[in-house]
Design a protein around this ligand. Structure first.
Ligand SMILES: C[S@@+](CC[C@H](N)C(=O)[O-])C[C@H]1O[C@@H](n2cnc3c(N)ncnc32)[C@H](O)[C@@H]1O
Length: 181
């Protein structure tokens, strides 16, 4: 079943922080710009908007974005929804590889349960100074593995040049929270 079909069946969600930030919500600023990469049905994007951030949210699944729009309207917040295939990079940075001064910079970048190692440099590159990166991917650590899962240490290897706040692996997931200095 593809993502559009899943979203068509799942219905609207509830706003909520990225799972790795539950209990750590205070790491997220209440002003500035946020980017949610592979936002799905927009529960994190809407949570970020409710927190006070101006949010760009990107996903390839129109049904997910439609649920996000519905949730944002219900919660009375604005989110800029972008339908795009991330296999071609971030839509607004496609012309800026590596991101230049003209590319957007974000105070928060979230990428939860979507893994594309080719996108890692861009995710770090669009962080504003002091910006927070929050990423969760499927991991082979604590799982039987598979070609879609990150190997041990993948996130720390890709983002170790940032100031790492959380680096956890286990139970088939890897989480990293880090700040650009
Ligand atoms: C496991 S869901 C995660 C959704 C959301 N981040 C969350 O945590 O609830 C994976 C998401 O990645 C999106 N996705 C998969 N491949 C994509 C691609 N090439 N470009 C854009 N989005 C993609 C799917 O549409 C889906 O919404």
């Amino acid at each position: 079943m593809d993502w559009d079909e899943r979203y068509a069946r799942s219905g609207i969600g509830r706003p909520g922080p990225p799972s790795v930030l539950v209990g750590r919500e205070d790491l997220v600023p209440t002003t500035g710009r946020a980017l949610d990469v592979a936002c799905g049905r927009g529960t994190v994007a809407v949570w970020l908007a409710r927190r006070g951030l101006a949010v760009d949210a990107v996903d390839a699944a129109p049904a997910g974005l439609a649920l996000g729009r519905e949730l944002a309207a219900e919660e009375g917040v604005e989110v800029a929804w972008h339908e795009a295939d991330l296999d071609s990079g971030l839509p607004f940075t496609a012309l800026h590889h590596p991101p230049s001064l003209h590319a957007p910079r974000y105070d928060v970048v979230v990428c939860q349960r979507f893994r594309d190692p080719l996108l890692y440099p861009t995710l770090a590159g669009v962080l504003a100074p002091g910006g927070l990166l929050v990423i969760t991917v499927l991991s082979s650590v604590g799982d039987t593995g598979g070609r879609f899962r990150a190997g041990p240490g993948e996130l720390a290897g890709a983002f170790g040049h940032l100031d790492v706040i959380v680096d956890e692996e286990g139970g088939g997931e890897a989480h990293l929270v880090a700040r650009r200095g």
